[in-house]
Design a protein around this ligand. Structure first.
Ligand code: HEC
Length: 284
């Protein structure tokens, strides 16, 4: 009996230790994310195509100088639900995808001579990465490689709202916080600033220091639809674009889910009717 209790106590201890340890070790903090409304939220939400086009433009003009999006091909931009989708147009033949792709030179092999060449990209090519490899990416960014953005909206809690908060959240560091050269204070970027803080121990500012310089400024891009390019608009649009890129089939998934629910509802009705029918002739 005693042994059993000791064993249980040991297990509980272990479980508690395991549950508490990560929290105790990594005291990272982060300001609560900004509240942003998204057209694609909720069970009937849809991506706003004009917003996705603006978001692609922000990625293309600004973010793509540092960040790759390796999982996307140019033709994906013209996929159903995508920024340049047009009904009845095969994404590989999309004039938009072709026009966007041809401005990028990609490596290839000359099939006549076997020599390495570069040629203009086609819709089936993957997005061209800004750096040749991880080392080059690190070297150009003070030692921190800019992460690939293909799945960023899925990889962080809050998804697009997180991206929006980080992009619009850069502020001057509070007095008492030492920020290393090449780093920027951002309250939404999870970090632990305790050892860089020389104010009161219970007032360590939330967030961390990030190796990304604030990338957005007003009018950094000229939107084709005339939308005013404020920092908040640019951040909102690029975050929506990244949400689409990370889950391009979100709309279809929601539609299927809804159809399944209707089917189950009707099916339940039919089942109930047949149950009444079957049992109506039997005494019970
Ligand atoms: C000058 C290069 C540069 C540009 C331009 C740039 N970034 Fe970054 N970005 C970085 C670097 C470097 C990091 C890694 C920061 C770190 O880990 O400290 C980063 C990190 C990020 C992160 C990840 C934060 C996290 O939680 O890990 C996101 C999201 C991001 N960038 C989005 C963007 C978007 C969107 C744009 C365009 C509006 C953009 N970046 C433009 C260099 C850049």
């Amino acid at each position: 009996m005693l042994r059993k209790t000791t064993l249980i106590a040991a297990f509980v201890g272990l479980a508690l230790g395991a549950a508490l340890a990560p929290g105790a070790l990594a005291a990272t903090t982060q300001a609560p994310l900004k509240e942003v409304s998204w057209s694609f939220e909720g069970p009937f939400g849809k991506f706003d195509q004009a917003q996705l086009q603006r978001g692609y433009k922000v990625y293309h003009d600004v973010c793509s100088t540092c960040h790759s999006m390796n999982l996307l091909s140019y033709r994906n931009l013209a996929d159903k639900g995508g920024p340049f989708y047009k009904e009845g147009v095969n994404p590989n033949e999309s004039p938009y995808a072709k026009a966007i792709a041809k401005d990028f030179m990609v490596p290839d092999i000359d099939t006549d001579t076997g020599e390495a060449i570069t040629r203009p990209a086609t819709p089936s090519d993957h997005f061209k990465a800004p750096f040749a490899n991880e080392y080059a990416a690190k070297a150009a960014n003070g030692g921190s490689a800019p992460p690939d953005l293909s799945l960023m909206a899925k990889a962080r809690e809050g998804g697009p709202s997180y991206i929006y908060s980080v992009l619009t959240g850069f502020t001057a560091p509070p007095a008492g916080l030492t920020v290393a050269p090449g780093k920027y204070y951002n309250p939404y970027f999870a970090g632990d600033l305790t050892s860089f803080w020389n104010g009161a121990a219970n007032q360590v500012p939330p967030g961390g220091t990030i190796s990304m310089p604030p990338p957005l400024k007003p009018n950094l891009v000229a939107f084709d639809d005339g939308t005013k390019a404020t920092v908040s608009e640019e951040a909102w649009d690029v975050a929506a674009f990244l949400a689409w890129a990370a889950e391009p089939h979100q709309e279809e998934r929601k539609q299927t889910g809804f159809a399944v629910l209707i089917y189950l509802f009707i099916f339940a009705g039919v089942l109930y009717a047949s149950y009444r029918q079957i049992w109506s002739k039997i005494d019970h």
